[in-house]
Ligand binder design. Structure first.
Ligand SMILES: C[S@@+](CC[C@H](N)C(=O)[O-])C[C@H]1O[C@@H](n2cnc3c(N)ncnc32)[C@H](O)[C@@H]1O
Ligand SMILES: [Zn+2]
Length: 269
């Protein structure tokens, strides 16, 4: 049974034909490709919030080459090691949906899985992977799920709001937070910026009890120019390249790049 909730009043949503409705008669249509738009108007601060289409396409092409499956495996292995029947799992800021989809394939069990992103383009792309995930356009600052309904929240390289995490997770639920450390994609930063800034706090700490926290570091070899450009274009660094540095793009080919991330598992109790 799904745990979708109205983003206006947080009451459960019930399917009525092609519309989800709450008891207060707030209605949300299901799109042709089966995702649900649960983003409220005041949340649409721009017409098209979240990552743009080009960046999402690059992300999709890059991730589908499998280069970041090492990250996926860390997340999936943790969930598998702690799994139980009928889990409710939310992938927050799921982007174009690669990780969410692969998580579902890898778990291959009776879990109910949700993918949420503020980018409509992202969710449209995600809904092409499978219809067996609840794909939602929505805001992680106002998660459209029932209070204390989730066993697991995953958040990979995305914005989280601690009060919403606390509200949505069950008491024995947990969150897997993947964040970038200073040396993450350092080779791109060195190429693009005159000076690489080092942040003092290596990762974003949330005010929950840490159940596990470790760094994962690995150099990967990007096999060709296309893959290298896709990775660069799916990061904000691409949009920060100054005009007088644009020429570096012409010389890019195969490339060795560092993955440097922190994986933190938070528990609520
Ligand atoms: C760096 S991408 C990561 C996407 C995906 N987790 C991955 O690793 O491939 C960050 C994502 O967060 C989404 N995002 C940003 N602000 C958001 C918000 N307030 N609510 C939901 N998603 C948001 C963006 O649209 C984007 O898809
Ligand atoms: Zn409502």
């Amino acid at each position: 049974m799904h745990k979708l909730a109205c983003p206006k009043c947080h009451q459960p949503l019930i399917l009525d034909g092609k519309t989800y409705k709450c008891q207060n008669n707030h209605c949300y249509d299901i799109a042709k490709s089966q995702y649900i738009n649960l983003l409220l108007n005041p949340d649409k601060s721009t017409n098209n919030p979240g990552d743009n289409k080009e960046s999402l396409m690059c992300r999709k092409n890059y991730l589908n080459q499998g280069y970041y499956d090492v990250i996926l495996n860390e997340v999936v292995n943790y969930i598998k090691a702690h799994r139980h029947p009928q889990m409710q799992i939310l992938d927050l800021g799921c982007g174009e949906g690669y990780y969410t989809y692969r998580m579902q394939q890898e778990l291959n069990d009776d879990s109910i899985i949700y993918g949420l992103d503020i980018s409509k383009d992202g969710i449209q792309m995600a809904s092409k992977y499978t219809k067996d995930i609840y794909w939602m356009v929505g805001n992680s600052k106002n998660i459209p799920l029932v209070d204390h309904s989730l066993d697991v929240i995953t958040a990979l390289f995305t914005v989280v709001k601690d009060s919403e995490i606390k509200r949505c997770l069950k008491e024995d639920g947990y969150m897997i937070h993947v964040t970038a450390n200073n040396k993450h994609l350092i080779e791109f930063k060195e190429l693009i910026y005159d000076e690489v800034k080092v942040k003092s706090d290596q990762f974003i700490r949330l005010p929950f009890e840490v159940s596990e926290s470790y760094d994962f570091k690995k150099t990967i070899h990007l096999r060709n120019r296309e893959d290298t450009l896709n990775l660069l274009k799916m990061t904000p660094h691409y949009y920060h390249i100054k005009k007088d540095r644009r020429h570096v793009l012409d010389t890019l080919g195969e490339f060795d790049v560092t993955i440097d991330i922190r994986i933190t598992v938070y528990k609520m109790s």
